[in-house]
Design a protein around this ligand. Structure first.
Ligand SMILES: [Zn+2]
Length: 441
């Protein structure tokens, strides 16, 4: 009998493995941050024992959700300005507030706050772009959250840096500093094609490839961006990025709302993935991502919340529900985007997009132990005939009870193991007061 770090037993295990196998009354053994064994509870109990045994009798056990595009350091801007046009929302509200508040300590505090919120939403990995991203790395490490992080690169001076060179170097430094981290990866994240010059986009992508870093960028969120690109470069955004050698299977986009058929084919050919932010796009009336076209053309897609300043929550379950429904409606086809496919988008498909399918996205032996448990024994969650439809249409984040990242239990029975929520409330109240003042200025 081998002693292991954690055993989860008697669960309804949704593996998301290539056969999409479901193990009823299943168990998992976790050792050194990885899944050591998976199978029927009797089998696992025959071979393994542990001091930490989690009884998942009434629970769904599945890989943690991946949130493909966030700005977690914007926690305290939640609800700061809503119901506005994108341009005015940014220029008159968010950017001035950021200019005043975004400092290293603010980024750490709000990132740490968001990590707690991510855990409560069953999210075990994020792909995050912001300023002072090393502070976010520090917060994520403390919280035990897995994260791909990037320093937002602009042509003009920002809160954290005065030049794009220094933003690029900062990301490379982060990459070097966290080389041995089990949780943190640094990526290269130019903000967009309208805030980065051609040369800066080229330099950023070349530097990323020289250091073996992933690349992430906002693209074609609003129609205006496409019109401006056509005016300035004579081609649409995807063709523009292709013409400067930017695209590759190390690249993922955020939004991808205004992308035409030819661009979709190019993205598929280059292996570029798109993180779709349905709720944020709905709220800012940016449009509807062409999911049907992406699927037909074989473009990798995943879902994301974007920041809470524009969403205004971090629930990936809400994104699944909303995306499935909106795209059934706009395609006038209730069979479009079945629930099982939507669940794959936020697990294995997202892992593939970030070139991490060997490590994440499913419950299989040898993969990292990023595992969530959801409670079935709730009035609103009974009965259950199809687990995928349950995850997409029935459940809410409040059903997420236990969260394990890299083999460490971060939440148990909906209580954060190492994070004091009362302390976080005090922080939020403090920053609310400070931010409120700027509104009356
Ligand atoms: Zn964004």
């Amino acid at each position: 009998m081998k002693n292991t770090d954690i055993i989860i037993k008697n669960g309804y295990i949704v593996t998301i493995n290539p056969e999409m196998e479901i193990i009823e009354g299943g168990a998992l053994a976790v050792e050194k941050g990885k899944i050591l064994a998976i199978g029927a509870t009797e089998e696992i109990e025959k071979n393994y024992t542990s001091d930490t045994i989690i009884d998942a009798s009434s629970k769904i056990v599945m890989p943690g959700f991946i949130n493909g595009h966030t700005h977690i350091a914007m926690s305290f801007f939640r609800g700061y300005a809503d119901d506005l046009l994108l341009q005015s929302w940014l220029e008159d509200h968010i950017w001035p507030a950021e200019e005043k508040f975004v400092k290293a300590q603010f980024v750490y505090d709000s990132s740490f706050y968001a990590c707690a919120e991510l855990i409560k939403n069953g999210i075990t990995m994020i792909n995050d772009m912001y300023f002072y991203s090393k502070e976010t790395a520090r917060a994520a490490t403390k919280a035990g959250m897995r994260a791909i992080l990037g320093e937002c690169i602009f042509d003009f001076p920002m809160a954290s840096h005065t030049t794009p060179e220094s933003m690029i170097n900062y990301a490379i430094e982060g990459h070097e500093e966290y080389k041995d981290s089990d949780l943190i990866d640094f990526a290269m994240m130019p903000h967009s094609i309208y805030t980065c010059s051609k040369q800066n986009l080229i330099t950023a992508s070349e530097q990323a490839r020289a250091h073996n870093m992933l690349i992430h960028i906002h693209l074609s969120e609003a129609q205006k961006e496409v019109d401006d690109c056509l005016k300035q470069y004579g081609v649409r955004p995807v063709q523009y990025l292709d013409s400067i050698g930017f695209l590759g299977n190390d690249v993922s986009l955020a939004h991808g709302v205004w992308i035409d058929d030819q661009e979709q084919k190019l993205l598929a050919k280059k292996g570029v993935g798109v993180n779709i932010c349905t709720e944020c796009n709905l709220k800012l009336a940016s449009g509807f991502a062409p999911i049907k076209g992406y699927k037909e053309n074989g473009v990798m897609i995943s879902l994301a919340t974007d920041g809470v300043a524009s969403n205004n929550n971090l629930s990936i379950i809400d994104e699944m529900d909303m995306t499935a429904k909106v795209h059934k409606a706009i395609n006038n086809d209730p069979t479009f985007l079945p629930a099982e496919e939507v669940v794959r988008m936020v697990t294995i498909d997202a892992a593939k997009m970030f070139n991490k399918e060997d490590e994440l996205g499913s419950l299989e032996v040898g993969k990292k132990a990023d595992i969530i448990l959801l409670e079935r024994n709730k009035l609103e969650n009974m009965p259950m005939y199809n687990v995928y439809s349950h995850l997409v249409y029935t459940m809410h984040s409040e059903s997420v009870e236990d969260v394990i990242v890299n083999g460490k239990v971060l939440m148990q029975d909906r209580k954060l193991v190492e994070i004091d929520e009362d302390e976080l409330f005090e922080k939020a109240k403090y920053y609310q007061k400070e931010l409120q003042k700027t509104k009356s200025d």
